[in-house]
Design a protein around this ligand. Sequence first.
Ligand SMILES: Nc1nc2c(ncn2[C@@H]2O[C@H](COP(=O)(O)OP(=O)(O)OP(=O)(O)O)[C@@H](O)[C@H]2O)c(=O)[nH]1
Ligand SMILES: [Mg+2]
Ligand SMILES: [Zn+2]
Length: 314
Amino acid sequence: MGRRKPGKPRPAPPPANLVPGRVVARFGARLIVEDEKGRLHRCTSRRKLGDLVCGDNVQWHTDEQGDCIVQVREPRRSELARPDSHGRKKVIAANIDQILIVTSPRPAFSPGLVDRYLVAAEVLGIEPVIVLNKIDLLDTAARGELDPLLDEYRRLGYAVIETSVKNGEGIADLETRLQEHTSIFVGQSGVGKSSLINALLPDAEARIGEISEATGKGTHTTTTAWLYHLPHDHGAVIDSPGIREFGLWNIEPHQVAAGFREFREYAPACRFRDCLHRKEPGCAVREAVEEGRISRRRYESYLRILASVENPDL
Ligand SMILES: Nc1nc2c(ncn2[C@@H]2O[C@H](COP(=O)(O)OP(=O)(O)OP(=O)(O)O)[C@@H](O)[C@H]2O)c(=O)[nH]1
Ligand SMILES: [Mg+2]
Ligand SMILES: [Zn+2]
């Protein structure tokens, strides 16, 4: 170890009395941090920590003025990000290990959007679960359209859960699925993400009130990600505003192909190692589509996602 150069100040020692906590929400520079007893604290953070987000594990302390200051951000196991209005990476939530893709009959079920979320989940290496909510709205005709799509996802090995907040169907299944995970609910605005969380957590709304008080904002609409604990702390769920495009930011064309799990079995047999399964000769993926071993709908969805990743401005 070399001697410290004269004149260079020693780094300040970390303050004593650091307390562990988890960021449950963030409004600009203001953080809501939950301590181990479940109490909420309004905090700020040291600037050099960078952006802290919902789900971050932190160490914080109270300074002489009584202000809560986050001093340490623990390393993240995962990050969910999207571009901000300048195309820069904006992390939405951290330390997530399950993505609940929430869909409904109204707003209409969009398999193209589900496929996009699935690619994002596959690329991040985070387990996705598809939730079809509002099944109380389904008549026989709508069932006839949706069931083949859902069966397609099930055959690919994705978990699909059907729920209704209105009549309680499937809520217990959903709860089982969430145990021991930190899950984020994503999906179009209006599919029922917040309603599902309220159904899972009888006191979530009370808690929103508590947090609104802590921020002085008094708003109930989902404008920022919120983290809630399941009863007995057997897991946590993050409600998010209806983010359409999270995760497909900054991904490479070959990652889109990797995000279609049914391609993996065939892609190694393509003539070109960097085959993107479009018009390349000797493409084993396209051959599998022709032979009906890969769903044509999924393949066409792949081509659309690929085109949008290559030309994000279109
Ligand atoms: N019929 C029926 N309506 C539901 C169900 N779940 C939610 N809704 C209704 O759907 C509407 C939207 O629900 P929200 O929970 O606010 O949707 P969200 O996904 O959180 O929307 P954003 O916060 O905008 O992203 C509300 O009017 C709910 O009452 C359901 O299972 N069945
Ligand atoms: Mg909401
Ligand atoms: Zn190919």
